[in-house]
Design a protein around this ligand. Structure first.
Ligand code: ATP
Ligand code: MG
Length: 466
């Protein structure tokens, strides 16, 4: 009893070395010539953080996904640092440092440079929670996670071997506790420890397995894959907001189509997004819907891989479009007027989605805006087109409309007309308006023509969907 108590107290002190309290063993030290990490791919700010901590007498490393990406020769999208300094000790060393989180306390150190500010996430080495009863729910799910530990323990509680390597920019050495580098060479994604137990602790790890496999192109190790079929249902217990974040990461990974196929192969898509059930379960009869979603995802992947931005609202608007279209058509068939039929269908589509993972409100309004713009692209008379290009979300609505053209749902000539319309000057726009008049016999009323405002300059075609 007393020894247990003392152990627990010791764990709270990060500067205490835990040599036998854990079975994590010594790490493999991998020198530069073996890991070949290119220092040019490092964030200067992340290096600054590790140096500052080291100069203050602490241990500090770049860790996690950043080391995995560096070893793959990819430029990491963000950098995490792990240290034996406590969050308070970290905070005292940096001017712009904020303590974040309760369940998992970390420090955000912010740097303001020329572009966007960069946030380096600094976390203190965590202890393994095997015997820390009050931190673990009956199901095995970890509830609170602020017990400090050694670096070895910190490594053991990470998810995959390739995510558990520590890189010291000063010595250019990688510390590898779980054979991550060997797994990188074997192109294997392997869970640290007993996979079933690790999934029970945190079912989101199953989604992460699928996401990383899609991103790296690695195979899931057999033992890592096996328990997923049985344990997938544990995802039902995960709070909706966390599930949403993880699905968003998956969709925004730049490998969304591969990841969605991975979800299907692992049997994990059920109940996450009703739309995914629909798209992945139905066969030839939903071919049109499949085409649209596939194209939208391929388009998103391509944008992300080439460093362009994608808005989540746009992405969800595309994923739910086939459902919306079906509801819209059904409403029209019931005799509803076009626009009310669309708005009613939007409510229905969004309400149905809430049965699985809830799409957050902030994205919902973007989705509604993009959707409600769609019929307006077909009204190429009078002031309508001039008004439409002035809508704040025009660019997203336009990109969305182009996707509809690409699958043939909308006449591609309309897409081309709009592409020409936004690229030309006032005279060109008037000519285009006249061409529609000739094409459809639609003549704008003279009163409306007179009231139209001077159109804005051409919109550059690249800043789409952001
Ligand atoms: P990405 O490139 O998507 O950011 P990442 O590996 O950096 O991938 P993060 O979610 O940023 O993923 O997490 C950083 C690190 O924290 C991971 O590499 C892993 O070591 C650890 N980690 C994150 N989530 C978990 C989890 N659910 N279980 C165990 N370890 C985790
Ligand atoms: Mg990361």
């Amino acid at each position: 009893m007393i020894t247990k108590f003392i152990k627990r107290i010791l764990r709270r002190d990060p500067m205490v070395k835990h040599t036998q309290a854990n079975n994590t063993g010594a790490p493999k030290r991998i020198p530069k010539k073996a890991h070949r990490i290119d220092p040019h791919l490092l964030s200067k700010n992340a290096v600054k953080v590790t140096h500052t901590l080291q100069q203050a007498g602490y241990e500090a490393f770049i860790v996690g996904g950043a080391v995995r990406d560096l070893a793959l020769g990819i430029s990491p999208k963000d950098f995490d640092v792990a240290t034996n300094a406590t969050p308070d000790q970290v905070q005292r060393l940096f001017r712009k440092a904020r303590l974040i989180g309760r369940r998992f306390q970390i420090v955000h150190v912010t740097f303001f440079g020329k572009g966007h500010p960069e946030i380096i996430e600094v976390s203190t080495f965590r202890a393994l929670l095997d015997n820390a009863g009050d931190h673990v729910a009956e199901s095995g799910r970890i509830l609170r996670d602020n017990v400090w530990g050694s670096q070895g323990e910190d490594a053991a509680r990470r998810d995959f071997t390739i995510n558990a390597m520590y890189y010291d920019p000063s010595s250019e050495t990688v510390l590898d506790y779980h054979g991550g580098m060997a797994d990188m060479q074997k192109k294997t994604l392997r869970m640290i420890g007993d996979p079933a137990k690790r999934y029970r602790e945190d079912p989101v790890r199953m989604l992460r397995a699928v996401r990383f496999a899609a991103k790296t192109g690695f195979e899931l190790d057999g033992a890592t894959r096996a328990p997923i079929a049985k344990l997938g249902k544990l995802l039902n217990d995960v709070p909706s907001a966390r599930l949403f974040d993880e699905i968003l990461k998956l969709l925004m990974s730049g490998y969304s189509w591969a990841a969605i196929q991975g979800l299907k192969d692992a049997g994990l898509h059920h109940g996450l997004l009703p739309l995914l059930d629909h798209i992945l379960d139905t066969g030839a009869d939903s071919k049109g819907a499949n085409d649209f979603v596939k194209l939208a995802l391929a388009n998103t992947d391509e944008r992300i891989q080439s460093g362009k931005s994608v808005s989540a609202g746009f992405l969800f608007a595309t994923l739910l479009w086939p459902d919306l279209l079906k509801n819209w058509k059904a409403n029209s068939a019931k005799g509803m007027a076009n626009i009310p039929a669309l708005h009613d269908a939007m409510d229905d589509t969004i309400a149905t989605q809430s049965s699985g993972m809830t799409i957050q409100r902030r994205f919902e309004s973007d989705m509604r805006e993009i959707w409600s713009m769609q019929p307006r692209f077909e009204r190429r008379v009078g002031r309508y087109p001039y008004r439409l290009i002035e809508s704040p979300r025009f660019r997203a609505g336009y990109d969305f409309m182009l996707l509809r053209c690409a699958t043939g749902e909308l006449n591609p000539a309309i897409g081309q007309w709009w592409t020409d319309f936004i690229a030309t000057d006032v005279t060109g726009q008037d000519e285009l308006m006249a061409s529609v008049k000739n094409e459809s016999g639609n003549s704008p009323s003279p009163a409306k023509r007179r009231r139209r405002r001077k159109p804005k300059a051409a919109v550059p075609p690249e800043s789409a969907a952001s």
